[in-house]
Design a protein around this ligand. Structure first.
Ligand SMILES: [Zn+2]
Length: 292
């Protein structure tokens, strides 16, 4: 693929992504968000407790929380211990030995109600079975040897690649000179996540301040363009991801040059002279994106 063809493929992919962003969130994303919104956001302290007891945990909920989501905790599973806040009324005759007072000094200002903590247990999704949770739209396809070449591109760019079982629910992390990827991603997902994290490495570790929206839009757009160029089908994955981070077609348009430059660099590094192209399901249109 010569430089002109790489650019044509990149432009066409960016055009498709921009159109998808204009169309709004997919039905899959709506369903995903609806269910994910029912998961409790744990405090930092509890996140640390969960990570220390079960580092590979991705989605956690209490026993009844899982029941409400149509899943049951498997027999014999040991819960992850967290601290749940409870409101207790001050007892005047005997102190509450089960609860640790968080605010022992304000007896005069608020004598009746106190916040205390009790031990509670939550379970990771892997400890449950039942109705599958709606998944975030998947990347599909078979990157084949190109995944290996992407790993080689990382190492040629002095970026270390390591795999970890639990990344606090994330699939990958860019640490500046090092990328962590979650183990057991399928090849298409790994290709998408690795390209996304490589984009962060190449674009966002220069010390300049950028919003999360901008960084995530840029990284995911690069992943989308590279993925399309090697024939993977991202479906609504990237447009939904960008929208999830409050990005839109305008955010994309503002960064077009940087995105294209990074994507083309990766495509050229991994495809050499191989014949690649967009999946046939995507439109073949003029490679021009106009957004003001
Ligand atoms: Zn990211």
């Amino acid at each position: 693929m010569n430089s002109k063809e790489v650019l044509r493929v990149a432009n066409r992919a960016l055009c498709d992504l921009s159109d998808a962003l204009d169309r709004g969130e997919s039905k899959e994303l709506t369903k995903y968000l609806e269910v994910m919104g029912r998961f409790h956001q744990y405090s930092l302290g509890n996140q640390i407790l969960i990570a220390s007891q079960r580092p590979q945990a991705t989605r956690v909920a209490g026993f009844f929380g899982w029941r409400r989501l149509g899943r049951r905790v498997n027999k014999g599973e040991r819960g992850i211990r967290i601290l749940a806040p409870i409101t207790v009324r001050k007892r005047t005759t005997s102190p509450n030995h089960d609860a640790v007072s968080q605010n022992q000094n304000d007896q005069h200002t608020c004598p009746e109600i106190r916040i205390a903590f009790r031990a509670a247990h939550v379970f990771d999704i892997e400890q449950t079975s039942g109705t599958p949770l709606p998944a975030f739209p998947h990347v599909r396809g078979e990157p084949g040897v190109l995944l290996q070449r992407l790993c080689e591109f990382a190492s040629d760019s002095s970026i270390k690649l390591e795999y970890a079982a639990g990344l606090g629910g994330a699939e990958g992390v860019s640490l500046g000179g090092k990328i962590l990827l979650r183990t057991s991603l399928d090849p298409a997902a790994e290709f998408g996540v690795l390209t996304h994290e490589l984009a962060h490495e190449l674009m966002h570790h220069d010390g300049l301040k950028r919003s999360t929206t901008l960084k995530e839009t840029e990284a995911e757009a690069v992943a989308y363009v590279v993925g399309c160029a090697v024939g993977l089908n991202f479906g609504t994955h990237s447009s939904d991801y960008v929208r999830l981070h409050q990005g839109d077609a305008k955010t994309l348009a503002d960064s077009l040059g940087r995105i294209r430059e990074t994507a083309v660099r990766i495509i050229r590094a991994i495809t050499h002279d191989d014949i690649v192209g967009l999946p046939s399901t995507q439109s073949d249109r003029s490679p021009v994106i106009v957004h003001t």
